[in-house]
Structure formats: C-alpha cells, structure tokens
Design a protein around this ligand. Structure first.
Ligand code: FES
Length: 137
C-alpha cells in the first residue's frame, strides 16, 4: 500500500485540485460498465461532452476545450445496476438516475435538466431519496 501524506492545508488542497474552488452546480455520471457500453454509453458520454463544451458548461481546462468557469463536471462511472436498461446517466445534486439514454437524448437532458432545472421525466427511472432536512429546494 502506498503511504501518502495527508494534506490539511486547504489552500494547498485547492492549489492541487482547483475544481475544489469552482462553482460546480451539477455532476453528470455516465456509466461505462460492460452492459451500458454495449448500449453505446461511450457515445452518450461523447454527446454530453460535445453538448456541454458547446455551451461552455463543462468545467475544466481550456487546453482540453473546457471552461475554467464551467459549472458541470462530467465523469464516467462503473455499473450502478441499470445494466438491463442502459445507458445509465446519473445527475446530481438532484439525484436523478436516467435509463435507456441514447446520444440523441443528450441535448434535451442538458437543456431541460441542467439549464432549466426540469428533469426529463420520460427517461428518469429513479430519484435518490434525500433526508427531509436536506431538501431545501
Ligand atoms: S453496466 Fe451500466 S448500470 Fe450496469
């Protein structure tokens, strides 16, 4: 096991991980597990990347075509159990899990859910429950 020093200086942490100081409003996960991959999840992820970059929403470095002031982080993840109904896409903080997402659905999800705050109900299969005290919106 690698012995890594714990860093407790917050400024140093932000220096090492600038995203920690960014104004992130959404985190989009696209499952790239085996079954979702068979349902073109790589293309779904590429479609999110294209749509978010085009709108200047994807957080990241300019050299990667992203926006340092972007508000959306896009990452891949492993299986979440939607294997038979992929591609699976999860968006937080709303905790909406989308099923059967295809690349053609991505512009609608970005426009409706991320920009306008209205989840796309026809694709939403699960909402992660939050404690009542956390539900301030
Ligand atoms: S492989 Fe994507 S949910 Fe299982």
């Amino acid at each position: 096991m690698v012995d890594v020093d714990f860093i407790d200086d917050r400024d140093r942490l932000v220096e090492l991980a600038p995203v920690a100081a960014a104004s992130i409003q959404h985190h989009v996960f696209v499952c790239t597990g085996k079954s979702c991959s068979a349902a073109d999840s790589a293309e779904v992820k590429n479609a999110f990347e294209h749509e978010l970059k085009t709108r200047g929403l994807q957080y990241g470095t300019i050299k990667k075509g992203r926006n340092p002031n972007g508000t959306v982080v896009l990452t891949e993840c492993g299986s979440v159990g939607f294997c038979a109904v992929g591609a699976a896409v999860m968006i937080y903080p709303e905790g909406v899990w989308y099923a059967q997402v295809r690349p053609a659905d991505v512009p609608e999800i970005v426009e409706e859910h991320i920009v306008n705050g209205r989840p796309v109900e026809r694709l939403a299969l699960l909402r992660v429950a939050r404690k009542a005290a956390d539900q301030t919106d």
